[in-house]
Design a protein around this ligand. Structure first.
Ligand code: FAD
Length: 382
């Protein structure tokens, strides 16, 4: 197993070119994007130009045919400078991956090729007011009407819903069958009955919106059902179990970005006649941050290497370990990095408050840290 996640030359080249984009183009506008709370159109175009949206998608559907390792490397670099922009890129990993694994060729031709080019922005709408960690408790229903389905319900916290071109939506087609009665549908933007009543006001990552999505008898043709009737949810869970790496990579990147700022500041901030970087207490904080980040990074790289190798069992266990550990690391590092800035860390003139706010989301979305620990416990005790 030694060297299993050693990066290839091509992967290093990709990482470095995304790093350049992040540091030279996105970093200077990151604070402004948060301030404006508007979809980062320019960044979206840069991602398209660099063909980053197609990284995790097979070549025959317009992607580059690269693996999850490449996706993770790219997301990590972007997250160092902007959590919002990393969410935008990461959104192209989960929904499209479900489509790649569960969808049929016709659906892939129609949707996946456009996702790969960045022409379509995807939205993954599973969570509901009464169904977050227990996603199987969704109340949205799909009732058959001739060759179509009428989908009704309310989704919440759907990332990018307000700008999306397509929605992956889950609904009960056979409510009495539990999880075996939940199906997955692809719904087009502008479908009659689909409305976005509001976007939530949230504590961070403000350049990408999360929204409520109302579905009022939205007519969806049978050909837009993904997977067999009643199988969409189970297949999606199987995909989600090995797709959390995007959040792990976001966590590693965010933590690294916060640490980089802290080191720079510690070297130039003079207190008691010397730079605070000379104080051992500060050095130890920086050392602990670096240790935790590197551990989180290696766990994340190992996870994506196992996914790319098709080693599902290992990827599920490692994926939850990485998601949990990397998110906890990001929160701890963002907190300690802010501490190094003292009072200035608390001020919006500096980026630390932003890192601190953005980090918290990592412990919640795509399965909370509690849920990840449940999965790890299940996997190591079976
Ligand atoms: C900014 C943001 C973006 C999001 N984007 C999307 C998206 O694009 N699409 C989508 O479908 N969803 C999205 N979500 C939803 C997200 O996945 C859920 O918020 C998350 O899964 C938790 O669900 P919940 O909020 O209902 O919390 P709950 O499930 O109500 O959990 C509340 C608390 O109880 C804990 N808990 C729950 N069950 C257990 C248990 N068995 N044992 C121990 N502790 C437990 C949880 O860990 C948590 O601390 C997003 C959320 C946020 C905040």
């Amino acid at each position: 197993m030694a060297g299993i996640y050693e990066l290839t030359k091509a992967q290093i080249m990709l990482r470095d070119s995304v790093r350049q984009l992040a540091q030279e183009k996105i970093k200077p506008i990151a604070a402004q994007l948060e301030e404006e709370e508007k979809f980062p159109t320019q960044v979206h175009e840069w991602f398209r130009e660099m063909e980053l949206y197609g990284l995790g998608i097979e070549e025959k559907w317009g992607g580059s045919g690269a693996g999850c390792t490449e996706c993770a490397l790219a997301i990590e670099q972007i997250a160092q400078v902007s959590a919002s922009c990393a969410i935008l890129l990461g959104a192209y990993s989960l929904g499209p991956r479900v489509l790649m694994n569960v969808g049929n060729d016709e659906q892939k031709q129609k949707y996946l090729t456009k996702v790969a080019s960045g022409e379509f922005i995807p939205c993954f709408a599973l969570t509901e007011p009464e169904a977050g960690s227990d996603a199987s408790n969704i109340q949205t229903k799909a009732v058959q009407d001739g060759d179509d389905w009428l989908v009704s319900g309310t989704k919440c916290f759907a990332t990018l819903a307000d700008v999306a071109d397509m929605y992956t939506v889950f609904a009960k087609t056979d409510p009495e069958k539990g999880t075996a009665g939940i199906s997955a549908f692809l719904i087009d933007k502008g479908a009659k009955g689909l409305t976005i009543p509001k976007h939530e006001k949230k504590m961070g990552c403000k350049a990408v919106h999360v929204c409520e999505v109302k579905l009022d008898e939205v007519r969806v043709p049978q050909r837009n059902m993904m997977g067999a009737r009643g199988d969409g949810y189970r297949q999606t869970v199987r995909t989600v179990e090995v797709s959390r790496y995007a959040t792990s990579a976001r966590s590693v990147g965010l933590a690294q970005g916060a640490l980089d700022h802290a080191i720079e500041y510690a070297k130039q901030r003079v207190v008691f006649g010397k730079p605070i970087a000379k104080f051992q207490a500060i050095q130890f904080m920086i050392a602990d941050m670096a240790i935790q980040i590197e551990a989180a990074r290696q766990l994340t790289y190992k996870t994506v290497a196992e996914i790319d190798r098709g080693n599902r069992e290992e990827a599920v266990k490692l994926g939850s370990m990485a998601k949990c550990f990397a998110a906890d690391t990001a929160v701890k590092v963002a907190c300690d990095a802010l501490q190094i800035f003292g009072g200035y860390g608390y001020m919006e003139d500096y980026p630390m408050a932003q890192y601190y706010r953005d980090a918290k989301l990592l412990q919640i979305a795509e399965g909370t840290t509690q849920i990840q620990r449940m999965i790890v416990a299940r996997e190591v005790m079976k």
